[in-house]
Design a protein around this ligand. Structure first.
Ligand code: 1GP
Length: 252
C-alpha cells in the first residue's frame, strides 16, 4: 500500500492522523532514537521530516537512522529542492497556492521532479496554504509570498478548493512552525466543508485541546513539531495522539 493510501486507511480507522514533524537540525541522534520509540508507543501515526531552512547537511543520515528504528511512514516535508532523499517513504510535493510566487507554484517542482523519480519515493501533491498567524513565520519569509489573512476563511476555502480541482491530494493549512496562533477553527471548518481531500492543520498547536478542536472542525491530519523540541513536553505526546484520534470509530 502506498503512503497516501496508508494515510487514508488511518483516517478510516482512527478518524484522523497524527504526524510529528522532526527537524534534523534540532534533534540529536541519541534523542532521535528515544523520541521516535516514545512517539510510536504513544500512538503517533507517522513522521514528517524537514524544515524551511536546514543548516546541517545531515538529512540523508537522519532519515536512514529514522528508518532503521521505525516502521511508521516517513514523509519528507521539504523546505527546498535539496531536501529530497531516497531514504524516506514519500515526499509532500508542495505548491504554495496561497501565494503568487511562480517558483513555489511550478519552478521548484520542475527541478525536483526528476530527482524524486530517481529516488523512487512517492510524491504526494499537496496544496500548501500559508495563513497569517500573528507575525512573519520562516515559511512565509522563505516562500517570498503573502499569507492569507486569518480572518478570511472564505479565501482559504476557495484557494483550497482550487487546489483540489487542480488535482492535489492533500490540503495543508499552515500557520507556521512555532506560530503564535494556530489556524482558526472557523477557517478549518470552512475549508473542510468545501474540500473532499484530507486537510492537514499545523503550526502553533501547543495543547491536545487545540489539536482536538481542529479535528472536531474537520481536520484529518494534525502536525506538531516545535512543541516537542522541549523534552519536558514529551509526556504529553499520548494526550495529543488521543485528542487527534477522538473521532475513531473504535472509540464508539
Ligand atoms: C510547521 O505545521 C508545522 O510547518 C508544525 O508547526 O512546529 O508550530 O508545531 P509547529
Amino acid at each position: 500500500m502506498n503512503i497516501y493510501n496508508r494515510l487514508l486507511e488511518i483516517i478510516r480507522i482512527k478518524g484522523a492522523v497524527y504526524l510529528v514533524l522532526l527537524d534534523p537540525d534540532n534533534l540529536q541522534e541519541d534523542k532521535l532514537v528515544i523520541f521516535t520509540k516514545h512517539c510510536e508507543k504513544c500512538g503517533v501515526d507517522g513522521f514528517l521530516i524537514g524544515g524551511s531552512l536546514l543548516i546541517n547537511d545531515n538529512l540523508e543520515y537522519f532519515l536512514k537512522k529514522l528508518k532503521s528504528i521505525t516502521s511508521l511512514p516517513t514523509i519528507i516535508f521539504p523546505g527546498d529542492v535539496n531536501q529530497i532523499s531516497p531514504q524516506a517513504d514519500a515526499i509532500l510535493y508542495l505548491s504554495v497556492v496561497s501565494g503568487r510566487n511562480p517558483e513555489h507554484l511550478i519552478g521548484k517542482h520542475v527541478l525536483a521532479a526528476p530527482i524524486i523519480r530517481k529516488c523512487g519515493i512517492e510524491p504526494i501533491a499537496t496544496g500548501y496554504l500559508l495563513i497569517e498567524s500573528g507575525r512573519t513565520t520562516t515559511a512565509q519569509y522563505m516562500s517570498g509570498s503573502l499569507p492569507i489573512p486569518r480572518n478570511k476563511p472564505e479565501i482559504a476555502a476557495a484557494t483550497a478548493l482550487a487546489a483540489e480541482y487542480l488535482g492535489m491530494k492533500l490540503i495543508y493549512l499552515e500557520a507556521g512552525s512555532g506560530a503564535d496562533n494556530p489556524i482558526p477553527n472557523e477557517m478549518v471548518k470552512a475549508v473542510t466543508t468545501l474540500c473532499s481531500v484530507p486537510v492537514i492543520v499545523g503550526g502553533g498547536i501547543k495543547t491536545p485541546g487545540i489539536a482536538k478542536e481542529k479535528v472536531v472542525n474537520g481536520a484529518k491530519i494534525i502536525v506538531t513539531g516545535n512543541f516537542f523540541e522541549d523534552e519536558t513536553h514529551w509526556d504529553l505526546i499520548r494526550g495529543f495522539a488521543e485528542a487527534v484520534h477522538i473521532n475513531s470509530p473504535l472509540l464508539v
